[in-house]
Design a protein. Structure first.
Length: 276
């Protein structure tokens, strides 16, 4: 266990999430970590801009980040994050989405949204997912810092509707999370938030890793997007986050067997091996 992990107080951060809807880990990445991220990401930049206003027409996105380099795998499996998320999600929770977000000058603000609204679960229930946003560049109000509505993770649909009708609407309640490079903030998918507008002349780089309960369907289909030879080289924790683990007691099985067996190079699907 490294020094950062040893001094990390997961319970204190969990308490902040419960009270205000988010927490900030200010020393998540040091200068070496930031440099390693930039170096590993550089070959993938410049290939994809958003296809709609939500993705951002002036935003570069690099999806399936976890499989594009060891540095990204390490971020997704960071022991501090695992400890904190374990305060809210039991068992073998999953990685739901992982991508870099490079907000270019001129990008407009997203609409206010939640990250797990597609699960169609009542807002009064337990959050199905949790999001992590890591700042590779410092977040400022001018360059598009993520804006949150503190406490909104506790609101019902009716309470949201009432606040939407108040003077200024939900937009009046947004607070920009201005944090230094190397910080990360963690929040439940139920928190109302939006990406801000980049009114500066420089890009603003970040990444997001989103996680979900082991019984929920992830946003990214890692079984199709990450080749098995790449998964085999990953840590057991990363493999579990991609779905090569059971949710107690048998969700995720492969023809009655543990899914990790499918990573054996000599593995033959039983439906083939047992074919008459």
């Amino acid at each position: 266990m490294d020094t950062q992990t040893a001094r990390f107080d997961a319970d204190a951060h969990a308490a902040e999430i419960r009270a205000q809807g988010y927490t900030v880990i200010r020393d998540f990445l040091d200068e070496d970590g930031l440099s390693a991220f930039r170096t590993a990401l550089a070959p993938f930049l410049g290939a994809h801009r958003g296809r709609n206003d939500f993705e951002g027409f002036e935003t570069e996105r690099v999806y399936t980040l976890v499989a594009r380099g060891k540095v990204f795998e390490n971020l997704a499996t960071d022991e501090r994050l695992m400890a904190l998320l374990s305060r809210f999600m039991e068992g073998a929770f999953l990685l739901s989405a992982t991508h870099a977000i490079n907000l270019m000058p001129g990008e407009t603000a997203q609409g206010i949204h939640t990250d797990d609204g597609f699960y169609r679960q009542p807002r009064t229930g337990t959050a199905v997912g949790y999001s992590v946003i890591g700042t590779i560049d410092a977040f400022t109000e001018a360059n598009g810092a993520t804006q949150v509505i503190p406490g909104s993770h506790l609101w019902s649909e009716e309470e949201i509707a009432e606040r939407r009708k108040a003077p200024g609407g939900l937009e009046a309640l947004l607070v920009p999370l201005e944090v230094p490079a190397g910080a990360a903030f963690v929040f439940p998918g139920k928190l109302l938030h939006q990406g801000g507008a980049n009114r500066t002349e420089r890009p603003r780089l970040a990444f997001t890793n989103q996680y979900c309960a082991g019984w929920a369907r992830p946003q990214e289909n890692f079984f199709l997007s990450v080749p098995k030879d790449v998964v085999r080289a990953m840590s057991p924790r990363a493999q579990a986050l991609l779905g090569y683990e059971l949710w107690p007691s048998f969700m995720g099985m492969v023809t009655g067997s543990h899914p990790a067996k499918a990573l054996d190079p000599d593995w033959v699907p039983p439906i083939v091996a047992q074919r008459p």
